[in-house]
Design a protein around this ligand. Structure first.
Ligand code: AMP
Ligand code: MG
Length: 338
């Protein structure tokens, strides 16, 4: 069986094909094609501009994904698309393409929750079976564990996500979004001088908005490279320590023997180092989504589309291929057993 997955929730438009045998669900990524919208330096994603980008490159990305897999659209058995949460104009591009392909080629159409996509692809690629999950991306900052057919939330951000913290601070320094990797590079070049930033953990939730304001204030001298590096370093140390504290408490509470980090921020080496140490303290096995599949991509969608269709045969009529901008992951039923 082959499933084509189409991702378009935010800055990335991606298409990927995943293969699995019909009797044993074991995914293999046979193609992964994507293109990311880059906003002008210093500004964030404008949904209209990102959706225009997706429209313009969609044909090329789609054809690349089939060419990489060395197949034609006729060889695809299932078409899945990212239905949300995400930016409306961007989501609609993916949904329209998926709907058109499914209608024209008479293929089953499966909508996929983007956050579930991050988690399940991470689990598939690492082999994690029943992990406590940290989802850290542009759209999410959540600690999750699976129970009774749903991913349950054990802690989350009370305001902006860790990705928004990094991207908004990066834009203030003149970078273009997404800028987490630029901040990581800057931090690694800093003297290691710590600048105080607010550390806010409430129960098992975190809050980053005060830290963003403080970091912007601490770098109000535009172009001060030394301050940029020191505040980037301090921001990473503070924000990642907050997340690690919440993860550690969740590990202790759930006694999970596995831990999995997914989402674009999972590519960060400093965050992984802190979490690895926490896992060691709790005798929990540390799994990290491979950095090349940590951010948004079509394989997440293809894999969940495959899981959903193979376990429940659930598909939708093309006229019902809608999108949703917001949705908490604990509202989503998961059909396959974990
Ligand atoms: P996603 O929404 O899953 O595509 O993740 C995108 C987010 O990941 C953006 O906020 C990026 O700034 C962030 N990101 C990407 N690479 C890194 C990195 N090396 N360190 C920290 N954040 C990163
Ligand atoms: Mg994402």
């Amino acid at each position: 069986m082959r499933c084509l997955g189409i991702e378009s929730t935010a800055h990335t438009f991606g298409c990927s094909v995943i293969e699995s045998s019909a009797d044993e669900l074991r995914g293999r990524i046979v193609s992964d094609s994507r293109d990311t919208y880059k906003a002008p330096e210093g500004s964030g994603i404008h949904p209209r501009d990102a959706s225009r980008h997706h429209c313009e490159i969609s044909d090329k990305v789609f054809r690349n994904s089939l060419a990489q897999a060395k197949i034609s659209i006729k060889d695809i058995d299932i078409i899945s698309y990212s239905a949300g949460p995400g930016l409306g104009p961007c989501l609609r591009v993916g949904a329209v393409i998926a709907r058109t392909l499914a209608a024209f080629h008479e293929k089953p159409l499966v909508p996929v929750n983007h956050a579930v996509g991050h988690i399940e692809l991470g689990a598939m690629l690492t082999g994690a079976r029943d992990p406590l999950v940290l989802l850290v991306s542009g759209g999410h900052t959540m600690i999750l564990a699976f129970s009774e057919n749903r991913w349950r939330i054990f802690g989350e951000t009370l305001d902006i996500t860790i990705g928004q913290l990094l991207d908004q601070f990066g834009r203030h320094m003149g970078f273009s979004s997404p800028c987490g990797d630029r901040i990581e590079q800057l931090a690694s070049r800093s003297s290691g001088e710590y600048r105080f930033l607010p550390y806010v953990v409430k129960g098992n939730d975190v809050s980053f908005s005060g830290m963003l304001t403080a970091a912007i204030r601490a770098t109000s001298d535009q172009g001060n490279e030394l301050a940029y590096a020191e505040v980037s370093y301090s921001l990473q140390e503070t924000a990642f320590a907050m997340i690690t504290e919440a993860v550690e408490r969740a590990l202790s509470f759930t006694s999970k023997q596995e831990f999995l980090i997914v989402g674009g921020v999972a590519a960060n080496k400093r965050l992984a180092t802190m979490l690895k140490a926490a896992c060691k303290r709790h005798a929990s096995k540390f799994y990290q989504c491979p950095p090349e599949f940590a951010g948004d991509n079509g394989a997440q969608i293809a894999w969940v589309g495959m899981l959903e269709f193979m376990t429940s045969r659930k598909q939708i009529k093309v006229e019902n291929a809608s999108v949703y901008q917001s949705c908490r992951i604990d509202e989503v039923d998961v059909a396959w057993s974990r």
